[in-house]
Design a protein around this ligand. Sequence first.
Ligand code: WTA
Length: 655
Amino acid sequence: MPRASRKKASGTKATIDTLLKENRRYKPPSSFVKTATANKSAVYTTAAKNPTAFWAKMAGELVWKKKWSKVLEWKAPDAKWFVGGKLNVTESCLDRHLTNGNKNKAALIWEGEPGDRKTFTYWDLYRQVNKLANAFKSLGVTKGDRVAIYLPMIPELVIAMLACARIGAIHSVVFGGFSPESLRDRINDSQCKLLITADGGYRRGQIIPLKHDADVALADCPSVEHVIIVKRGDFLLRVKEGRDHWFHRLMQEADQYCPPVYVDSEHPLFILYTSGTTGKPKGIIHTCGGYLTGTYATSKLVFDLKEDDVFWCTADCGWVTGHSYIVYGPMANGVTQVMYEGAPDWPDQDRFWQLVEKMNVTVFYTAPTAIRAFMRWGREWPDKHDLSSLRLLGTVGEPINPEAWVWYHDAIGGKKCPIVDTWWQTETGHIMITPLPGVTSTKPGSATRPFPGIEAKILDDEGKEIKKGGGYLAITKPWPGMLRGIWGDRQRFIDTYWSKWPGIYFPGDGARIDEDKYFWILGRVDDVINTAGHRISTMEVESALVEHQSVAEAAVVGIPHELKGEALAAFVTLKDGVERSDKLCHQLIDFVTRKIGAIARPDQMVCTPDLPKTRSGKIMRRLLRDIATGRVLGDTTTLADPAVIDRLKRQYEED
Ligand code: WTA
């Protein structure tokens, strides 16, 4: 029966244990400090004294049509940044590079998985974005309309996002690995008018049939009036007359110039869906002025971006990391970037290092789950390549275990590159807790300190500050990139983020603070699983499972996993008369994969006659987690029927 590597498990919990013993320190190398944009600790103290002045200075480095009259208006939980300011974010990301010497500089060096390559200068990108913006307009898209983007990691994805921004439309990027149903729900939630997709995309040599999947979704998406299809390959598809349009045809017909639509600083730039603790994904809203300021400032100071850097963030634009650190932050800095379509182990396990060598990547940003995979594949793969162009490394997405940190430092960074372990979320928009590579000494496994202008604390349930030790992470002052709401659900916005303590943002993570005031993130405290750096709501997987005709009830928990950090273990109660079989377990796993996508694929599927519940009927996931990880059971006194546990344990062993 399908099963995760239970015995080998050494994920999150183990990380927490080792963290306690961690006392290695890494000072920023003096050669790095010499040239770093931020290289004095005064940057922290100055910003702490007057955070709004710090942010205003950063915002002042961007292009504004009309300057703001007030930096911040804060009435918890609502923030307005750069009040009265007007801008179009594409002017900072594109237009200004036409006159500041960047015009013919490579903006994106893209490589497809099969090895095809395209380079776009800032001028090329500018023209493409203008044309696509005109094409959008010709299909009736105007300011404030929502546009769904369902594309592989190809340049057109970046172009589509910026084209929306050019005309004040709101993009909603849906990760290309999501299923038709996930796409459908996201389109319907924000009532997208247009969908842009591709005939297909490559992943590990396979073709992902995006347009086909989109058609399945669109059968039930009445708001979508038009579909644009990018031709990535020669993949067969059906075109629906009147609704579907080829990207290249529209681009041929479109005008070269599209005047930027100037919007209020607080106009929404995009919606991005993320998992929460209830079944329905949350449409996180980000706005223009503050978000751009935050992503610009953090790209500049955390990645220390310079004129001749080649930056590679390996994230997909379907996630927030791709939004903030491929599209908006780096482009506002005018840097050259690498973008890659496919898998890191295709055709071989050195594809990333080949790219780093070939493109002379200087700053590299990836996720701990990827680093753990590289470790497992072995040093021989990076060792085959000259990685000496690298000068700075970064990680994001989940806690990094110190072994992986040190491996990354040695095997990839050649012991000379600082590492920035950056903590942030879809909701925060940009990096919040991170070292500054030319200032902060690092400790493997710690994201170190809040970025200048950010105030974070560790609080207990009552909101009392914990000066040393573990508790809940809290952000105690507003910041420019903060989410402005959940699309269509004001109450959920308040309940999820602003109800734990008055006026203080609760990110849902546990953390520890040490004697040097360094933060150590311990992971999610809610029912969200962080698998391979992506947040999956247990509820979402459970609702998918109970849709299956054989399933009566389901509970899903995260269990430590060597590579993914956490994997999903599903416990299901079958309907009366349905017999457990290996075939059925496989069917259920496939069912979830089809409903949500491969990222939600359970590694374990356990059928059980009952689930452990409290007397009020709440499933006790904590106990399931204990069973799945072979731990001594925690407090079972609140169980309605203690005998359930023994039956479950037996069942688990048998399965
Ligand atoms: C986790 C990704 C520890 C955390 C940008 C957070 C991290 C969630 C780190 C957000 C880190 C992200 N160290 N944990 N450096 N970075 N996380 O919304 O639990 O996909 O709440 O945003 O990932 O995931 P999201």
